[in-house]
Design a protein around this ligand. Structure first.
Ligand code: C2E
Ligand code: CA
Ligand code: CA
Length: 725
């Protein structure tokens, strides 16, 4: 400021006084403009004269009424220009008032000398500027707070007084006068289950053990109901480190919390029947097994239930009748059991029951269940008879067995019962002999027959196919819902089997896993996918490729290096690769898996969670998962058009994804209406038969299936289906 000419506007009707001022400020450093009326001053400010400071005579011919009227008018016009008042007489009271109303200073004309005037001017400019900056920053802060919709609190620890902002109060349905400046007004409203954690977090911060205070807790509103809030705060400390003041904000996270809770419930329950699902069942099974280690006399039984000919019902009466039947049936099952037992729907027409602490009567219970199905169901005015087969497996004290193994045993017993046409059977070791046969789900789907190829021979074929690199990849594009064009592709493995035709992952991946062949398969897939992507790039098609990773790969610390070297070998950047991982993998071997994922991400490779929502409640950890992309499981996408619950779940996941800055991809989009609805939720991307089925690498190279059709699905009809589909 000091090396610049200061532009002064003098508003003074007395020519003599104006002349004195001009003389006092002469000699460089100042540029004066003088006017003799308020109106002229306003004009001058209006016409864009740059003015740094105004010297204003209090009494001017055109100032109206009270003495400070001209000050107000000038400040209205130029709120950012500092004003120094000039008066002929000493009037302490007027001086005070002037300053209160915004004048920077008040000078008596007769007493003014150059030094005083210059100092006053510089001071006025400096102070006005500081005030402006402060006001702006306060305004910015107030706007931010209002935008964030947070309630604020400010706690003087020395006096114990706490200030709550109006928003803080309205958040809880309180009016201003209904609350004292007492921390108990806050802490006393915290939910009893949360209060210890809140006090703990407060103490930790006040004692300097944490950099800030943060806590998510429930708080009671005036009407007695609870809301979820997130509270954040920070203490101000004196030189000795002692906190004397603490301030923070409280934001309402009820919507997010209920979405999370709903998702969590959903992740553990079957959408149709409301019964626990496989994940929850396995969890309870794990607990029961652990229980046998503590109590050697503790026993439990696992039932595996399978409906006979359920497919016929679906086919003859339609899917909604099938659904209604499953619901009626699960009600009947629940009625037969004791409160502590668990009935779960594992999927399709398969159910499981966990009977705790009473294997002695397990067989009786099984018989009871079988007999309960002698009674027919009434469905849509028809009488439907259902039969089911039950397999039992039991565990007693110090059970040295996994949940999976128990499942397998109960499954074997169920098949034995089914084959023998008896209602229920308990597992015995000789049932294993029958298990040398293997089922191929894709074959079963085509032929309607369950079972059998010889396991041994099949495994031999598989080993050879891996060695000879006979496994193939097909690619399914991912589409932007906004632009309708392909933004990447996902590789899916296929095995062209010499005898059984094109086999799908479900036919052989379990065997791959059981026999420790997954790493070899992953290497093969990685190599092939990157090679294909490089080929497309040569043809001018730049699409990142995603590969699916399974459990053992994420336990292998050499993976990141291997991935990067394959990319480098084909001259492809890490950004051209995404890895897809199922959420249970992330939660299972957390530490190792996360280190590996972190390393992949640091190098630029994207990480997606596959089948999001189907597994074990990952949403609760969403904000800390090392991922970029969420793929919403097909089971939630398929029903969104007619099932409000599924729709609500998908919408919440999309919203959470947005909140955490993740991309969301909907899997299994089969029609246009679903795609439109997803788009309206804010979901970014979609994948599924509506856009394109998986196609061979060559098709991608030719650009086939990379644009959304205007008028319908790309899914080939039977007549037009090319040989590779
Ligand atoms: P995923 O990763 O969830 O793959 C999506 C599956 O949904 C694919 O089945 C795909 O063909 C199918 N799909 C896509 N769009 C639609 C649709 O609109 N409707 C219906 N009904 N289905 C659709 P696919 O190829 O049988 O793969 C099954 C699973 O096998 C994959 O599920 C993935 O978890 C696993 N998998 C596939 N390839 C590999 C691989 O190379 N390595 C590993 N470790 N796992 C793989
Ligand atoms: Ca996938
Ligand atoms: Ca998936």
């Amino acid at each position: 400021m000091s090396d610049r000419v200061i532009r002064v506007l003098v508003v003074e009707d007395n020519h003599g006084d104006a002349l004195i001022l001009r003389r006092l400020l002469g000699g460089g450093g100042f540029h004066l403009t003088a006017v003799d009326r308020v109106a002229k001053a306003l004009d001058c400010l209006e016409t864009g004269h740059e003015i740094d400071v105004i010297l204003l005579d209090v009494t001017l011919p055109d100032s109206r009424g009270p003495e400070l009227d001209s000050l107000a008018r000038i400040q209205d016009r130029a709120p950012k220009v500092p004003v120094i008042l000039l008066t002929g007489i000493e009037d302490e009271e007027l001086a005070v008032r002037a300053v209160r109303e915004g004048a920077q200073d008040y000078l008596i004309k007769r007493q003014v000398e150059r030094d005083l005037l210059v100092r006053s001017i510089r001071y006025a400019i400096g102070r006005k500027q500081a005030e402006e900056e402060l006001r702006e920053s306060e305004e910015r802060y107030a706007l931010a707070v209002r935008g964030a919709n947070d309630g604020l609190w400010d706690w003087r620890l020395t006096t114990g007084q706490i200030y709550f902002s109006p928003r803080w109060k309205t958040m809880l349905g309180l009016r201003d006068e209904e609350i004292r400046e007492d921390p108990e007004e806050w802490l006393g409203r915290v939910h009893p289950d949360d209060i210890l954690a809140v006090r703990g977090a407060l103490a930790a911060h006040l004692e300097g053990r944490t950099p800030h205070f943060e806590s998510e807790h429930r708080i009671r509103q005036q009407d007695g109901s609870y809301r979820w809030v997130q509270n954040r705060g920070i203490a101000v400390r004196d030189r000795s480190g002692q906190a004397y003041r603490m301030a923070g904000s409280q934001s309402d996270i009820t919507t997010r919390k209920t979405a999370e809770e709903r998702l969590q419930h959903n992740a553990l329950h079957d959408a149709l029947t409301g019964l626990p699902n496989r994940a929850l069942f396995l969890d309870r099974l794990g607990l029961a097994i652990a229980h046998t280690w503590r109590r050697s006399d503790y026993m439990f039984a696992v039932f595996f239930l399978d409906l006979d000919r359920f497919k016929n019902i679906n086919d003859s009466l339609g899917h909604s009748a099938g659904d209604a039947l499953l619901i009626a049936l699960s009600k009947r099952l629940e009625l037969l059991l004791r409160p502590g037992d668990t009935v779960a729907r594992l999927g399709g027409d398969e159910f499981a029951i966990l009977v705790e602490d009473a294997p002695a009567i397990a067989e009786q219970i099984a018989e009871r269940v079988v007999r309960a199905f002698d009674e027919p169901f009434q469905m849509a005015g028809r009488t439907v008879y259902m039969q089911l087969s039950i397999g039992l497996a039991t565990a007693v004290g110090n059970a040295d067995v996994s949940g999976d193994e128990l499942f397998k045993r109960a499954d074997l017993a169920m098949y034995s019962a089914k084959r023998a046409h008896v209602g229920a059977r308990t597992f015995t070791p000789d049932m294993r002999r029958d298990a040398t046969e293997l089922n191929l789900p894709s074959q079963q789907q085509k032929t309607g027959r369950r079972g059998g190829v010889a396991r041994i021979q099949f495994l031999g074929d598989l080993r050879r196919a891996i060695d000879e690199r006979e496994l193939d990849l097909v690619y399914q594009p991912k589409f932007s819902l906004a632009t309708g064009s392909a933004v990447g592709v996902e590789s899916l493995i296929r095995w062209p089997h010499p005898e059984f035709g094109l086999l799908e992952p479900a036919d052989f991946l379990p065997l791959v896993r059981e026999n420790g062949l997954m790493e070899a398969v992953t290497d093969l897939v990685l190599e092939r996918a990157v090679e294909d992507a490089a080929g497309w790039l040569d043809a001018g098609i730049d699409l990142p490729v995603a590969i699916n990773l399974s459990a053992p790969s994420l336990n292998d610390e050499t993976l990141p290096a291997r991935v990067l070297s394959v990319l480098a070998a084909h001259g492809m950047p890490p950004t051209s690769l995404t890895v897809e991982i199922t959420e249970d993998l992330l939660l299972a071997s957390v530490v190792r898996a996360r280190t590996i994922l972190d390393r992949l991400r640091e190098s630029g490779i994207r990480v997606a969670i596959d089948d999001f929502g189907s597994g074990y409640a990952a949403m609760t950890y969403l904000h800390e998962l090392p991922v970029d992309e969420l793929k919403l499981d097909r089971q939630f996408i398929a029903p969104i058009l007619h099932d409000e619950r599924a729709a609500a779940i998908v919408r919440s996941v999309v919203e959470l994804a947005i909140e955490f800055g993740l991309t969301s991809v909907a899997e299994g989009v089969e029609d246009k209406a679903t795609a439109e609805l997803l788009k309206s939720y804010g979901c970014g991307f979609g994948q599924g038969h509506y856009f394109s089925p998986p196609v061979p690498a060559q098709a991608i190279r030719l650009g086939i299936g990379l644009a959304t059709p205007d008028d319908g699905p790309l899914m080939p009809t039977e007549a037009t289906r090319p040989s590779w589909a």
